[in-house]
Design a protein around this ligand. Structure first.
Ligand code: ADP
Length: 610
């Protein structure tokens, strides 16, 4: 700021009336404490010239000049580069006009004759102070804006970095899941093939069943961790397809009943009578949530009962409630148990589980437009409930049977299926699986070979692994689509990718369907059957057709089997099977199959009927 003591304040006085100009000059020069140095311009042109030539601290401006009048004068002076503050001096006493000058950027507005000339010096001083403060404020504001802009840029950079890290994580997971699932695919695939091989003795099948069980557990762990990551990345999509609600509930009920019976828990299922048969929703996710909640109920309850209640809750909303008479969950833990990897002391003591079940279940229910609530009385039990909209529909759903495919139905031609797969283990799994049920199979170890084989062998369907060396599945699919006849052949993508949205990429490349690895055998047969118009024979149907029952077995053996089945003793059952195999191979197969599928209820029933 100008220091009035040392530096004179340079004033440009713009005034066409020499008398007025003189008065102002005298007044300022006579100011006792402040030194002013006043230059005088009588026209706008001169004023602009002076302003251009040297700096002034302030301009005292009369607006009515010979070469410019009114607000235009003010505007022109203000347009000068680095214009100093301007105090308007006018002969007009018009408040409105005064306001207009201020709005147009004047620092002050003085009416000639209204101000004493000693007051003028003060006004100038105040104006200078004020404009300096305003300048500081403006600078500060600019600084703030700059600061905000810089912070915003930094944040944007951090956000980009976080997003890049997230993408890297997703990619890592996608790759990792591929790496983990591919060998698991081979382990589970071979174990399943061996489990159905009649040449393998029953006691060895037990070991194979263990491989299968552990492999499935490992797969579910991988899937859980992936599921959480996918949910966190916002990549989980809920399907809205017609499904059979009562059948879904029955399947869940049967699965849980075996576990509840094994722990001698009562399992009470209450379904209200007005539940619709077919509804639109995500059957798979609903099943997962119910099995998780009921599974926990069984796991944590040592005596008493567990329950599932399903009722309409207004409109299309269906309410599910899972209750138990277990240890309950203390109030302070109730919110935590929904956090990933959180287990209560009781949960940790069980030594199983990952603490992910409830996290995933809650997220699924939220994606299905509901939420899980928990009411629990420590010592008395827990109740987990959720309500989700499940609009009824008439459309009959599309079902995948969970019975085992044993072959093509009699009288059907054996289809030619080309399998493009680079991994030797996966090649063998798919080849054995398909040839076991009577398909003709050729293997191509990369996309290029698949394209070549397509031209010479003319397969009716192609199973295409999407990741292969030389030429990947995407390129191979495009190449086949461009060949004669290549536009009609169904191409089923096989992918170990964990991400549902990769489906779009696969379809875009020209594939007809996508089947995930590890291959769920029934899903594969369902797809092949549907695309080629073929029907397969299922294990239970085959057995029923062959009319195998246990009436041929000695009564003692039947009683022994019934005893083992009542207590769900798989080992004992399989041991009996091993002993009876030589005399009764068909019965041995039937009982072994039922035991491996945990259908002890059926074994019991068969032992009872004669
Ligand atoms: P997990 O069962 O794999 O440990 P969950 O996410 O399913 O993981 O459950 C988290 C924790 O919540 C469990 O460790 C257990 O302590 C507690 N919990 C869940 N359900 C029940 C229940 N029905 N009764 C008592 N505790 C339960």
């Amino acid at each position: 700021m100008t220091d009035p003591g040392t530096q004179p304040i340079r004033v440009l006085l713009v005034e066409d009336e020499p008398g007025d100009a003189r008065l102002v000059q005298l007044a300022l020069r006579g100011s006792p404490n402040i030194r002013f140095e006043v230059d005088w311009a009588a026209t706008l042109a001169e004023a602009l010239r002076r302003l251009d030539a040297q700096p002034y601290a302030i301009v005292l401006l009369d607006l009515g000049l010979p070469d410019s009048t009114s607000l235009a004068t003010l505007t022109k002076v203000r347009a000068v580069h680095d214009a100093p503050p301007i105090i308007v001096l006018t002969g007009l006493s018009d408040a409105e006009f005064g306001l207009a000058t201020l709005k147009s950027g004047a620092a002050d507005y003085l009416v000639k004759g209204d101000f004493g000339y000693d007051g003028l010096a003060r006004t100038i001083l105040y104006t200078l102070h004020r404009t300096q403060l305003e300048q500081e404020l403006t600078n500060y504001q600019l600084h703030l804006e700059e600061l905000v802009a810089r912070r915003t840029a930094e944040l944007a950079k951090a956000k980009d970095a976080a997003e890049a890290a997230n993408r890297a994580k997703s990619l890592f997971l996608a790759n990792m899941s591929h790496e983990l699932r591919t060998p698991l695919n081979a382990i589970l695939g071979f174990a399943q093939i061996m489990e159905r091989d009649p040449r393998i003795p029953a006691d060895e099948r037990r070991n194979i069943a263990t491989i299968n069980r552990s492999g499935s557990h490992l797969l579910s762990l991988i899937n859980n961790v992936l599921e959480i990551s996918r949910i966190e990345a916002g990549r989980t999509q809920i399907s809205r397809e017609a499904f059979d609600l009562p059948a879904t509930l029955t399947a869940v009920e049967e699965m849980i009943r075996v576990r509840a019976d094994a722990k001698a828990l009562d399992f009470v299922v209450e379904r209200c009578a007005d539940l619709p048969a077919y509804v639109v929703g995500d059957a798979h996710r609903l099943r997962q949530v119910l099995i998780n909640l009921l599974g926990n109920a069984v796991k944590y309850t040592e005596r008493g009962r567990i329950g599932l209640r399903v009722a309409m809750a207004g409109g299309d909303v269906v309410r599910f409630e899972v209750t138990d008479t277990g240890p309950g969950i203390p109030a302070e833990e109730q919110e935590h148990i929904f956090q990933a990897f959180y287990q209560t002391a009781g949960g940790i003591a069980k030594g199983e589980g990952t603490g992910l079940g409830l996290t995933i279940s809650r997220q699924f229910v939220r994606l299905m437009d509901g939420d899980i609530t928990l009411a629990s009385q420590p010592g008395a039990g827990s109740s987990f409930a959720f309500a989700i909209p499940l609009p009824p529909t008439d459309a009959a759903p599309h079902v995948v049977s969970d019975a085992r495919v044993v072959g093509l139905r009699a009288g059907q031609p054996s289809p030619r299926i080309l399998v493009a797969e680079d991994h030797p283990d996966s090649q063998q799994v798919v080849e054995q699986l398909l040839s076991q049920v009577g398909c003709q199979v050729r293997i191509a170890a990369n996309g290029q070979l698949a394209v070549d084989l397509f031209q010479t062998w003319h397969p009716q369907l192609v199973l295409m692994d999407m990741r292969m060396p030389v030429m990947d599945g995407y390129q191979a699919t495009r190449a086949i689509r461009a060949l004669p006849g290549g536009d009609r052949v169904p191409i089923v993508a096989l992918t170990a990718s964990a991400f549902e949205e990769d489906r779009d990429l696969v379809l875009e490349a020209g594939c007809t369907e996508m089947v995930k690895k590890p291959i769920e055998q029934n899903r594969l047969f369902e797809v092949i059957g549907r695309l080629l118009g073929l029907h397969f024979e299922y294990a239970e149907a085959a057995l029923a057709a062959a009319k195998v029952d246990l009436s041929a077995l000695p009564v003692a053996t039947r009683e022994e089997l019934a005893k083992a089945a009542v207590v769900l003793d798989k080992e004992a059952t399989l041991a009996i099977v091993a002993r009876m195999r030589s005399a009764h191979p068909a019965e041995a197969d039937l009982v072994a199959d039922l035991a491996l599928g945990y259908r002890f209820d059926k074994i019991e029933a068969l032992c009872a009927s004669r």
